[in-house]
Design a binder for this molecule. Structure first.
Ligand SMILES: NC(=O)c1ccc[n+]([C@@H]2O[C@H](COP(=O)([O-])OP(=O)(O)OC[C@H]3O[C@@H](n4cnc5c(N)ncnc54)[C@H](OP(=O)(O)O)[C@@H]3O)[C@@H](O)[C@H]2O)c1
Length: 280
């Protein structure tokens, strides 16, 4: 990478940021695309978030990714939001369009794109989604657009699943939505009908975490998607043992990054190079 007077800056705002893999993924993508862009991680403390966001305009940066703990709080400093970001109430991408900052959330679409790549269509499917945090809301907003038959939500704190259901009320169309108490997740009455199980809880992120649900109640044709990407979880091990199709969170991570790249550059992202950089 050759840095010149014309090099454009993209960044990551979060705290901490030193562990982030985003600089590796995005710099590999810029290089492959022949773009004179550089991606840098900025450790932005909460008390400096307003100033840092104004600096995107002042320094004529292309944009930033936003991570913990700023995904919600940064919204107050932006000029506009995409429809997803509006419903989800959290963003992971900001683009600077001639001095106006627009916020996007690419998590849900990254999830949907990773399933398209596997030729798994969500249309007409029965889906069970575990968890009701930020990832759950972004993913459910995107998957409703693909017109599944039904979506069952369950979460340890039931009120959060109810909140998601309320936020999605105007985007659900004909999709049947149901909320099930977390205690009932291992004996669901119509378990055999479910086509896709998505884990968006953080249960599984650490060594020794159990699977968040027992997969034996489902049909062997179930597709198991765990959005956790830092390790192969007990849930995925169970799916493997039962001969089910399964997927971990790395592809979602790559596709949400690819969508950010496309928002900043207006060009198709070199997904294979981004995946390769992440694996390296
Ligand atoms: N692959 C990707 O690109 C990608 C993108 C975003 C997030 N993720 C992953 O998705 C996961 C969730 O992220 P998030 O941003 O949605 O987090 P979040 O907003 O903090 O939500 C965490 C969720 O996990 C549940 N949970 C936590 N501990 C639990 C336990 N012991 N038993 C049952 N449920 C538990 C929480 O339930 P309560 O509501 O009851 O607390 C909540 O539903 C993380 O592992 C994150 O790394 C992956």
């Amino acid at each position: 990478m050759k840095i010149t007077g014309k090099t454009k800056i993209v960044g990551l705002f979060g705290y901490p940021v030193t562990h982030s893999l985003s600089p590796l993924i995005h710099n590999a993508a810029f290089e492959k695309a022949g773009l004179n862009f550089i991606y840098l991680a900025f450790p932005v403390k909460s008390s400096n978030l307003g100033e840092a966001t104004r600096a995107i305009k002042a320094l004529e940066m292309v944009g930033v990714n936003v991570t913990i703990p700023h995904k919600q709080k940064i919204i107050q400093y932006l000029d506009e939001l995409s429809p997803e970001a509006n419903v989800v109430g959290a963003i992971n991408t900001v683009v600077n369009r001639e001095g106006k900052l627009a916020g996007y959330n690419t998590d849900g679409e990254g999830f949907a794109e990773s399933l398209r790549e596997k030729s798994f269509s969500l249309k007409g499917k029965h889906i069970l989604l575990l968890g009701a945090g930020g990832a759950a809301l972004a993913i459910s907003f995107s998957l409703l657009k693909e017109k599944p038959e039904s979506l069952i939500l369950t979460n340890r704190t039931l009120s959060r699943a109810k909140d998601i259901s309320k936020k999605l009320a105007s985007s659900r169309g004909e999709v049947k939505m149901e909320i099930v108490e977390f205690e009932r997740r291992n004996s669901l009455p119509r378990a055999k009908e479910i086509d896709l199980l998505i884990n968006t809880t953080s249960l599984g992120m650490q060594e020794g975490h159990p699977a968040p649900i027992n997969l034996e109640q489902f049909s062997s044709s179930l597709f198991v998607y765990d959005v956790i990407y830092n390790r192969e979880t007990e849930l995925l091990n169970q799916a493997k043992r039962l001969g089910m199709r399964y997927q971990g969170g790395l592809d979602m991570l790559i596709f949400q990054a690819a969508l950010s790249f496309e928002i900043w550059t207006g060009r198709k992202a070199p997904v294979d190079e981004m995946r390769e950089a992440l694996m390296r």
